[in-house]
Design a protein around this ligand. Structure first.
Ligand SMILES: [Zn+2]
Ligand SMILES: [Zn+2]
Length: 288
């Protein structure tokens, strides 16, 4: 049997956790996705509140993590404020590398420790296990074991990185938060769009920011997030096989997310696209 890569969603929301009866189907936690490669290699993307669920799972399995990397897209709250609640980080037997872009002259280590300085959170990062390390990333390509990783600076306030992993003929892209300016916008940037399309081209899975409907986007131009229509067009144009809608606006209900999915599927159908579009839910697992 060919070894598979599994992707688990622990939080699919953007900006703010939204518990309540309107968010029970897709879940109310903010961004966190784990990807498990063969040989027990674990990658975690972002540490929004969803990472608490992943923490609970790892603790309940009573296992040691020897080969894990936490990739932070950028230090906005919805991508880092679950990290202090990720219990495996405090255990000396676990090995973690936390990677992400520096920002405003601060390293990723300083950015993470800044929210755990005794004022914003009572436990300091010095309490992390002895095998936790940090690594600043820019736009680059490197390997972790047999997995090739590439990064791209996204169109978002501050420095925000998107990631692409290639392994054994399969690829996954994690691209959030990101604004794709439509052609009618004065900030439309063809060079950036081509670069992004090239970055995600022919990927098996693109997990990406689709915060707004096309209508909502008209009121939120320049906020650093994309409309579901722009994302669907990009996915088709780049030959993405599976588009996973991610990072939903906190004011959107489960039904609103269902509607965004229909909107994306309508765009793809109109374009005669072979891209499959889904909206993953919290705790949903995909094997590729
Ligand atoms: Zn966000
Ligand atoms: Zn952001």
């Amino acid at each position: 049997m060919k070894e598979t890569v599994s992707i688990t969603f622990w939080g699919v929301r953007g900006t703010l956790p939204v518990p309540g009866r309107n968010t029970v189907r897709y879940g109310g936690n903010t961004s966190c996705v784990s990807i498990k490669f063969p040989d027990d290699i674990l990658f975690i993307f972002d540490a929004g509140t969803g990472i608490k669920e992943l923490s609970n799972r790892i603790i309940s399995e009573k296992r040691t993590i020897t080969n894990a990397t936490i990739f932070i897209s950028h230090p906005h709250w919805d991508h880092i404020n679950g990290l202090p609640f990720f219990a495996p980080l405090y255990m000396n037997e676990n090995r973690f590398e936390i990677c992400g872009p520096s920002n405003g002259g601060m390293s990723i280590r300083q950015l993470i420790s800044g929210q755990m300085d005794g004022i914003y959170f009572p436990v300091n990062i010095k309490r992390f296990g002895t095998a936790v390390s940090f690594r600043d990333l820019g736009e680059e390509a490197f390997h972790i074991d047999t997995i090739k990783i590439r990064t791209i600076l996204l169109n978002h306030p501050g420095r925000c990185l998107g990631y692409r992993m290639d392994h054994g003929g399969k690829s996954i892209c994690y691209v959030t938060d990101n604004e794709i300016y439509p052609e009618y916008s004065r900030d439309y940037n063809e060079v950036y769009l081509n670069k992004l399309a090239n970055f995600v081209s022919d990927t098996d899975v693109l997990i990406t920011d689709c915060t707004y409907t096309a209508e909502e986007y008209m009121e939120k131009i320049g906020w650093g997030h994309s409309s579901v229509n722009q994302v669907a067009e990009l996915a088709d144009r780049a030959g993405v096989k599976n588009l996973y809608l991610f990072h939903h606006d906190p004011d959107q209900t489960d039904d609103d997310i269902d509607n965004k999915l229909k909107m994306a599927q309508a765009v793809l159908e109109q374009r005669g696209s072979s891209t499959i579009c889904i909206a993953p839910r919290e705790k949903e697992v995909f094997h590729i």
